[in-house]
Structures are given as C-alpha cells and as structure tokens.
Design a protein around this ligand. Structure first.
Ligand code: URA
Length: 306
C-alpha cells in the first residue's frame, strides 16, 4: 500500500464501499502475475474443489428439474473420475498436457479428443470439470455447464458467464438472464422447454472478452454439447456465439434474423438463428424489437418442425 492508503478500519470500509459501488468485483494484485510461468501443479493445488468428482454447486439440479417428454439421460457406465487428467491415456494425444503450460494447440487438441470421447452430457461435464487446459478455469469459481432441459427442442448458446453465473454455476442467471427468461416467455417457453449453455464455460476475469485462443480451446466442448443435445433449433445469443458456431466473421447486426446452419462434427445440420445478446439489449433497448422478430421466427420454426 502507498502512504496515501487508508489505515483505519473505517477508512478501509469506506474504500471498499467505494469500490463496490463502482462495480469492482475482483480482487487483483498490484503486480501482474504470469500464470503461464507458474509451476503446473499450482493451479490444481489452488482449486482442490474442482478436483472432486462431484459436480460443482447446483450443476446437477438444472438438468434434473425438467419435465422431459423424452427419456431423461442416464449414464450407464459413468467414466472413471478424472482427477489429475492428462492426455496419457488418450490415443494420439500429446504425451502430457499440464495446466496451461503447453502451447494452446496441444490444449485444443486435448479438448477435441475429450469432447469426442463424451457419449453423454454428464460425461462431457465431467471431462470439462477435469480439463486444465484453459487458463480461465483458474480464475473462475465454477464451471458453468448448462441450465434447462437437455431434451428440449430449442438450445440457446451465449458467450461466457458473468459474475452471477460464475457464483451460481449456471448460465444466464444475472440481469441479462432475467431478460432472456422474458424473451423465452414471450414465445411460450421457459427453462423447462429450452436448454442454455455458453461457448466459454468459465468466467473470464473482470468479464473481459475471451481471447481467440481461449475460444478455440473451448470450442470442441460446446460443439459436442450441441451434438449431444441435438436440438431442433439453435439460437446464437450475440456475435461471439454466432461467429464461433456458424463459422462466419460477419457482424451480429448483419447476421441476426436470418437462418443459418450449424453443422455438427458428425454432419448433423441444425437450423440456427443468430440474434442480439440480452446484455446488448439491456444497453440498447430500441433494438429489442429486432430480437422479438427473431424469436417469433424461432417459434414458427419450432412449430413447423413439430
Ligand atoms: N452472458 C452470456 O453470454 N452468458 C451468460 O451466461 C451470462 C451472460
């Protein structure tokens, strides 16, 4: 602390109150830390809870609080606990892929191999929880896997969790989530009739934009998640989701409102509607009418597909 720093408990409380009212929600250190240069064992030591085979807080609940018309998913032979996961037992994988200390390409390769291996959503969640290849995991509190009904006809994919989502381990539970719920309600749906996930399952620190490397590393997981849910219709919430999953560089204002196709690794073509992100709509309420039109398109498509 500098000489001008507060010293008494009252001064410290005043400063903290100022930070909170200014929206500061992460305690960062004065000196930057190069986490890529840290010994690879450190992140695992820092986050023992992530190694536990049990799902993070409230993760199992959303998938079970559903009223599926199709049979609920069951894991007949759950994969062995993946504590200390490395690539050594995966054919053709890099010999070792320690936490965020090898080139991103090796981590992306490992992510692709793990994602391809998952035969159920539950397995996929376990592989992701054990995966140490994305540095975002080490600043996040929880893996934010999904919410809603995995048997739903509609799947929505956002960008990355924010603070509230990180705390709860569920996507879209903050302000933009409440708007999303109202948008779904407007077409007669809710979280028992839709499935919600993000391209990036860990909160980027300070809600910064995920880097292209982070997106590439996480991409196989969301692609496999879509393939396992196999929805009739996909909605991309915002530009990053649309660009990542629809293989385009066009901006969301041009993309939105037009049907595209998301093609899964096994070749299944899923109609996809890119639309405006609820967080953008909170900042730009005049554009809510555009999102409304997009959601009406989605409703009509779901009806047409029966
Ligand atoms: N924004 C997103 O893209 N995803 C969330 O889960 C929350 C906010």
């Amino acid at each position: 602390m500098t000489a001008a720093s507060p010293r008494t408990p009252a001064e410290i409380a005043e400063l903290l109150a100022f930070y909170a009212s200014a929206g500061v929600d992460d305690a960062l250190e004065d000196t930057p830390i190069n986490r890529f240069a840290e010994p690879t064992a450190k992140p695992a030591e820092r986050r023992p809870a992530e190694r536990a085979p049990a799902a993070p807080r409230r993760e199992a609940a959303p998938e079970s609080r559903t009223a599926p018309e199709r049979a609920p998913e069951r894991v007949e032979n759950p994969p062995a606990p993946l504590s200390g996961l490395d690539a050594s037992n995966i054919p053709d994988a890099p010999a070792r892929a320690p936490a965020a200390a090898v080139p991103d390409e090796a981590q992306a390769l490992l992510a692709r191999q793990l994602a391809a291996r998952a035969t159920t959503l539950d397995e996929l969640r376990q592989y992701m929880a054990a995966f140490d290849g994305c540095n975002l995991k080490f600043t996040a509190k929880n893996l934010v896997f999904a919410d809603g009904n995995p048997n739903a006809d509609l799947m929505l994919v956002g960008e990355a969790p924010g603070r509230d989502e990180d705390l709860e381990g569920l996507p879209f539970v903050g302000r933009s989530g409440r708007l999303l719920d109202r948008m779904l309600g407007a077409i007669g749906l809710d979280r028992t009739s839709a499935y919600i996930a993000n391209v990036i399952p860990w909160r980027p620190p300070g809600n910064r934009t995920p880097t292209p490397h982070e997106t590439e590393i996480c991409r196989p997981f969301i692609e496999r998640q879509i393939e396992l849910v196999n929805p009739k219709v996909l909605v991309n919430l915002g530009g990053p989701s649309a660009k990542t999953l629809l293989n385009t560089t066009e901006g969301i204002l041009r993309l939105r409102g037009n049907w595209r196709v998301h093609t899964t690794a096994s070749g299944i073509a899923i109609p996809a509607m890119p639309t405006l992100h609820p967080a953008y709509l909170l900042r730009t309420p005049a554009h809510k009418k555009l999102a409304w039109r997009d959601f009406l398109e989605v409703k009509a498509k779901l009806r047409a597909l029966g």
